[in-house]
Design a protein around this ligand. Structure first.
Ligand SMILES: C[S@@+](CC[C@H](N)C(=O)[O-])C[C@H]1O[C@@H](n2cnc3c(N)ncnc32)[C@H](O)[C@@H]1O
Length: 217
């Protein structure tokens, strides 16, 4: 049987996987509704990508997670809910408007105690966070131009066996035929992870592509 799926089949299979594994509760729906009401850009992970992040936390037994790019806190809630009670999510956001809604989101979702939001540029926050490492998982979902630098930060601050995950590895297919700087940088990032001496990498072809690397011992 051919294993090539057309768009309609892919969409139906996304729906199928979501039916099996994804349940959005009132808090998650509230975050998306409130973000839309406040005219945030619709650039959060999709529900089944949130579920994938949760799965990566469980898979790696993560206790200390860093998220670069909070927006309204949607992916952060998925991540934080997978952590043990004494786990911690550090989530980094430069926009004070986004940070304000995200703080409400974390409280509403019941994970406020487990989340520390660092407001300001990720570059500054990462420099400060280094002394609290090593970390178990780093999720990259912010300015594409800094993805290569975020990967190097992850290489230096993850424990052996820890995971780096990066959203939008496919750039809606544009990595195949880069049109703009962000497409080119994403392609560069994917190549850097694939050949990285400190990571065993792969791209999970879910949603817009999740690049994942396991830090080598
Ligand atoms: C794609 S959104 C994050 C979506 C979020 N992870 C989710 O799925 O719900 C990217 C966020 O990164 C923030 N951002 C972009 N560049 C940044 C930087 N240099 N430092 C900190 N935050 C940054 C943006 O303000 C935006 O809120």
């Amino acid at each position: 049987m051919a294993d090539t799926l057309n768009d309609a089949q892919r969409a139906r299979l996304d729906e199928y996987v979501s039916t099996l594994y994804v349940e959005e509760d009132e808090a998650l729906r509230w975050i998306q509704d409130e973000a839309a009401r406040q005219q945030f850009p619709a650039i959060s992970v999709r529900p089944f990508e949130g579920r994938l992040l949760q799965f990566l936390v469980s898979l790696s037994g993560a206790r200390q997670v860093v998220e670069i790019g909070t927006l309204a806190g949607y992916s952060g809630v998925w991540l934080a809910r997978a952590l043990p009670n004494d786990g911690k999510l550090y989530t980094l956001e430069k926009s004070s408007k986004h940070a304000a809604l995200a703080r409400q989101s974390f409280q509403r979702a019941g994970v406020g105690e487990r989340v520390e939001l660092l407001e300001g540029s990720a570059q500054d926050s990462l420099a400060k966070l280094s002394k609290r490492g090593p970390f178990d998982l780093v999720f990259i979902d912010a300015d594409k131009g800094s993805y290569p630098a975020y990967l190097e930060w992850a290489a230096g601050n993850l424990r052996a066996g820890g995971l780096v995950a990066a959203h939008n590895a496919f750039r809606s297919g544009q990595v195949l035929d880069p049109q703009g700087d962000d497409d080119r940088i994403m392609d560069e990032f994917n190549r850097a992870l694939a050949g990285h001496p400190h990571f065993d990498g792969m791209i999970l072809a879910i949603g817009d592509g999740m690049a994942v690397g396991v830090k080598r011992a």
